[in-house]
Design a protein around this ligand. Structure first.
Ligand code: AHN
Ligand code: ZN
Length: 325
């Protein structure tokens, strides 16, 4: 049981007092090993990505943002790998794409994989304004938020290493699936092209991690992270660990203790291709028609919708999970 003293402490400060679960009423003050996630820093990483413009494959904005992400990972002391690919999209287009990878503590066989997609959707195909549906979106939440949180985590890891080795992957071409306004049937798996490629051709032969965590749409105000279906099927223990950790450190209002929808996303290919049990932390809104936030694949997916509190809830929870072992 947690004590009131702990609950009122919340998650502020680096030396949080943690109630030991086995001491009954006596609260032992142990200093947390987990670094403090800086939400202002994460917010800036999101804003910087958005400022490049939409990060759609085969555009100069996409190339420039990719270069920025590589230089950020290098500046945070990661061993970096860039996986360059030519991918075929649903419409036959050839996409010049890059998976961007940063690793820490490479000699450690105990590894945790953290990932997010960095490309943005070429269409606002769910925008209420029909005229604007063929224009690309800012993707502040859908794309930039997960990457922003992971860049801040990389900065923290560089300052103080967790006991496990960490790999961070920014997958490309996640969001180039067929648009809703195109009624053609395109048989095949057209979402998550970068992670599909990596899962068949990992940056290191036989790459393995103990488990993976995907961050997708983790920045919008009042986000709700329901337990996603594929994650529950293949990585239930990790789901429970993440959700109970979030509750313990005061973020239960974001991490809802209930099941949500089943989502085709990058984690699916990391699970099927590499056998790494992986969890998708994704904003699911069951009462909305598409199951996501109302800004999903619209022009409202912009910086105005990004809330530091949500970035903090996700970033601090993931840090707590990777530092507590
Ligand atoms: C599909 O719409 C099939 N999957 C949602 C995955 C996604 C898109 N995540 C962000 N954008
Ligand atoms: Zn998307």
């Amino acid at each position: 049981m947690l004590t009131c003293a702990f609950l009122s402490c919340g998650s502020k400060g680096t030396d949080r007092n943690v109630a030991s679960p086995d001491t009954g009423n006596a609260v032992t003050n142990t200093v947390s090993n987990t670094p403090e996630f800086n939400a202002d820093s994460a917010y800036k990483y999101v804003d910087t990505q958005v400022a490049f413009g939409p990060r759609v494959p085969n555009t100069k904005e996409h190339v420039a943002c990719g270069d920025y992400l590589i230089s950020q990972l290098k500046s945070f002391g990661a061993e970096t790998y860039v996986q360059e690919m030519t991918l075929r999209a649903y419409n036959g287009e050839r996409l010049q794409a890059r998976n961007i990878i940063g690793s820490y503590n490479l000699d450690n066989p105990k590894r945790i994989l953290l990932f997010a997609h960095w490309d943005t959707r070429p269409y606002a195909d769910h925008d209420p304004d029909l005229e604007k549906r063929r224009m690309p979106i800012d993707g502040a939440d859908d794309g930039a938020s997960g990457v922003g949180v992971l860049l801040e985590i990389a900065r923290q890891i560089n300052q103080k290493s967790p006991s496990a080795g960490i790999d961070i992957i920014f997958f490309d071409a996640e969001d180039y699936g067929p648009p809703a306004f195109d009624n053609t049937y395109y048989p095949g798996d057209w979402w998550a092209l970068g992670s599909q490629f990596w899962s068949k051709n990992p940056h290191k032969p036989n790459y393995k991690a103990d488990y993976g965590i995907l961050l997708d749409m983790v920045g919008s105000k009042n986000a709700t992270f329901f337990k996603e279906g594929i994650s529950m099927r293949y990585a239930q223990q990790i789901v429970e660990k993440i959700w109970s950790t979030a509750r313990d450190i005061g973020y239960g209002r974001f991490f809802i203790n209930a099941n949500g929808g089943t989502i085709t996303d990058d984690h699916q290919y990391v699970i099927s291709g590499r056998g790494i049990p992986s969890v998708d932390i994704i904003n699911l809104v069951p009462e909305n028609p598409n199951g996501f936030g109302m800004h999903w694949h619209t022009h409202n997916d912009s910086m105005e919708n990004i809330d530091r509190e949500t970035l903090k809830a996700v970033g601090q929870t993931v840090l707590e999970v990777i530092y507590k072992n």
